[in-house]
Design a protein around this ligand. Structure first.
Ligand SMILES: [Zn+2]
Length: 148
């Protein structure tokens, strides 16, 4: 037996597959009058619906993608900013030992900055230490320590 169709026919059928499905008699009649009124073949009508729907789908998809990207970028940026700020703060903010408890105090108020500035020449740096260590005597302290 085997396929006796000529190769060109086989190629054509491969590139143009059949779509078939059952629909109700009612719908079939509607379809017939529809394509009659539009003066198109069922094939043309079906193809135009496919094109129209996929354009709509890709527009909706693109819209969703753009919106998602924008939101993702903003969220990521905000999170990155917060994280970056937190990291930089921990890494680079000046800290001095608390005058009360000796634990590090981050210098972040104007009063503390002034106090530190006024104390700079009192810092006794030990340059042999890595990194250089200073013994600092100043009145900077944790808020909770100064309340006592
Ligand atoms: Zn303290």
């Amino acid at each position: 037996m085997g396929d006796s169709k000529p190769p060109s026919r086989r190629r054509y059928e491969e590139q143009n597959p059949t779509v078939s499905f059952r629909i109700s008699k009612e719908k079939k009649e509607k379809l017939n009058s529809l394509v009659n009124n539009l003066e198109v073949t069922k094939k043309e009508w079906f193809e135009s619906i496919i094109d129209e729907e996929s354009t709509k789908c890709s527009a909706v998809f693109q819209q969703g993608l753009t919106k998602g990207e924008k939101e993702g970028f903003e969220k990521g940026h905000a999170e990155g900013y917060d994280e970056g700020y937190k990291h930089a703060y921990q890494e680079f903010v000046a800290k001095v030992p608390c005058a009360v408890c000796g634990e590090p105090v981050a210098i972040n108020t104007e009063r503390q900055r002034e106090e530190l500035y006024n104390t700079v020449d009192k810092i006794n740096l030990d340059w042999s230490a890595q990194p250089p260590l200073g013994t600092l005597k100043c009145n900077i302290q944790h808020d909770e320590c100064s309340e006592d």
